[in-house]
Write a protein that binds this ligand. Structure first.
Ligand code: GLU
Length: 555
């Protein structure tokens, strides 16, 4: 067969050779050991938590080695594409601080010398490499119709290997004359790989996460270009990862089964195969109605709202918390590192691809909340204010208006119990903030004046009356507390908790009960951050009004 002639017949418009593109995209000038990774999503606009996780792992892999992380848009499947899908991905990543070093940066723009970074803009490149494969006798046109392919599938029902290969590959051995006749008859064709087809051969890869994997070599004559000339994922990614000089392919482990195809494709094209790191999916525990764990499954786009990254923005987890949490899922030594380096930025963590779980990390919302509380308690009040304001602007306009109306007040509110050695860890996400601080806003404040069981209404009223007489908004904490202690004895309580515990029958209660009554009277809650700061923030007039209201209610 005259393959050169066949190549020209199939690709008359292609006048370049691979050398042209090899020269256009020369090896990267990077230090020894620098890793080049990519995130290569389809432009569906939907960023799955698993996608964010994979992108984070790929970015860290590049950045801990002084390499490059880039974004490539894989839009060879037009059915999955949505309007604005590219921006959706880019914005989703950016919200979590992932800004690729190069690649697609908006719907239409690229940054970097290895573009275009959108596959639909690379047709000439794929066709050039496809033509080269035809020239080498490693690819051939296939004229089988969908019905014929369907018939093969049916006939193969009981075969161990299914697909287009060996005796099933009808078009593999067409003569040039037959091909020309088919083309002349206007029959549509796909371009297929002429696989080496060695059933006995095994391939072995050393995956960074999975370790050594041995699999039977590919024997299928897979499709490289579809009838419309658009490449398949397999072929496109192989050409792209070669020309963009990816060194490490970090991707979901649903692609492991395709590795034999990819290894054969890289070899057929004369490319050096990249290294692989296949990430196990993020898992979730399944529970029955009684809450018992019954098994695990993949975090699912359909069943789990937390599978979409937009969920985290909507309920208001700070990006810092999500990133921190994803790192706990990625490297099991992360938490020890964090304990030893409480204030270090995340970038300082020595991320290691080899420390990733091969079986799939378990997603746990309660754990995310804990991580997030730890992250948020380290934020300054100013930062909390800015973040909550931004969140409320998009998600709670009424709360936004309250926060925006008096920044000074809100920052002071967020500063309560934040500056000491042990800041409070009560807030996990911004959607909790309004309810948490509701009593500090007159509009949101509600009080049912429900006193603890051990305090009579009369005693509660007496405490409040006595306190109202001595309260001054400007009191420093020690003065404030001394005043409360001083209230105790005349009312039959003791300022000394120990004393109370030794002899509970001798008192109506202790200083904690007294301050508890004041707390309930002013906030409607039994548990709040530092009461003295709350009273100071509310101010004399409002505190006086609330005390009065409570006293009346107790009468
Ligand atoms: N476009 C593929 C996907 O959406 C990317 C796989 C890869 O990273 O190679 O899953």
């Amino acid at each position: 067969m005259d393959y050169l002639k066949l190549a020209d017949i199939l690709f008359p418009e292609i006048d370049k050779t691979p050398d042209y593109f090899e020269a256009k995209y020369p090896p990267r000038d990077l230090p020894e050991g620098a890793r080049v990774t990519r995130f290569a999503p389809s432009p569906t606009g939907f960023l799955h938590l698993g996608g964010l996780f994979a992108a984070m792992v790929a970015a860290k892999t590049a950045h801990t080695s002084g390499g490059v992380f880039y974004l490539r848009i894989e839009d060879t499947d037009k059915k999955r594409e949505v309007e604005g899908g590219i921006s959706g991905i880019i914005d989703g990543l950016a919200r979590f601080g992932i800004v690729p070093d190069e690649g697609r940066i908006s719907e239409r723009e690229d940054k970097g010398a290895y573009g275009p970074y959108r596959q639909s803009e690379r047709r000439e490149i794929y066709a050039t490499f496809a033509k080269e494969l035809v020239k080498k006798g490693l690819a051939y046109p296939c004229f089988c119709t969908e019905d014929e392919i369907g018939a093969i599938r049916e006939a193969q029902e009981n075969e161990p290997i299914k697909g287009y290969f060996g005796k099933w590959a009808k078009c593999r051995n067409l003569t040039l004359e037959q091909i020309e006749a088919n083309l002349a008859a206007g029959k549509p064709w796909t371009l297929r790989l002429r696989s080496a087809g060695d059933m006995q051969k095994k391939i072995t890869i050393s995956d960074f996460i999975r370790g050594k994997i041995e699999m039977p070599a590919n024997v299928l004559d897979i499709v490289l270009l579809k009838q419309d000339g658009i490449p398949t994922y397999h072929f496109a990614h192989c050409v792209d990862d070669h020309l963009m000089h990816s060194t490490h392919i970090v991707r979901g482990d649903e692609w492991i089964a395709s590795v034999p195809i990819h290894i054969e494709l890289f070899a057929a094209c004369g490319f050096k195969a990249p290294k692989y790191a296949h990430i196990a999916p993020i898992m979730k525990e399944e529970t029955d109605e009684a809450g018992n764990v019954t098994g695990k499954r993949k975090l699912s786009k359909r069943k789990d709202p937390e599978a979409a990254v937009t969920y985290y923005s909507e309920v208001g987890y700070p990006a810092e918390s999500v990133n921190e949490y994803l790192l706990t899922l990625a490297n099991s030594n992360f938490e020890d590192w964090r304990r030893a380096n409480a204030d270090a930025p995340l970038e300082a963590f020595p991320f290691n691809l080899k420390k990733m779980s091969a079986s799939g990390a378990l997603f746990d919302l309660a754990k995310l909340n804990d991580v997030s509380k730890n992250v948020i308690c380290r934020f300054s009040a100013e930062k909390v204010y800015a973040d909550v304001l931004a969140w409320a602007k998009e998600n709670d306009s009424d709360f936004y208006a309250h926060l925006a109306a008096d920044k000074d007040f809100a920052v002071k509110m967020f500063n309560i119990d934040r500056t000491g050695k042990k800041p409070r860890k009560d807030i996990a996400k911004w959607s909790e903030v309004k309810e948490y601080y509701a009593y500090l806003f007159t509009d949101y404040y509600k009080n049912t004046f429900e006193m603890p069981e051990n305090i009579t209404k009369a005693d509660a009223a007496a405490i409040l009356k006595a306190y109202k007489a001595v309260y001054a908004a400007g009191d420093e904490k020690d003065v404030w507390f001394q005043k409360i202690k001083d209230l105790c004895a005349p009312l039959g309580f003791t300022p000394n908790v120990k004393e109370y515990k030794q002899n509970p029958d001798a008192f109506k209660g202790h200083v904690g009960d007294v301050s508890g009554v004041i707390r309930i009277a002013v906030t409607g809650r039994r548990n709040t951050p530092d009461l003295c700061s709350i009273l100071a923030l509310l101010g004399e007039e409002e505190v006086g009004r609330r005390l009065e209201e409570c006293i009346e209610n107790l009468a």
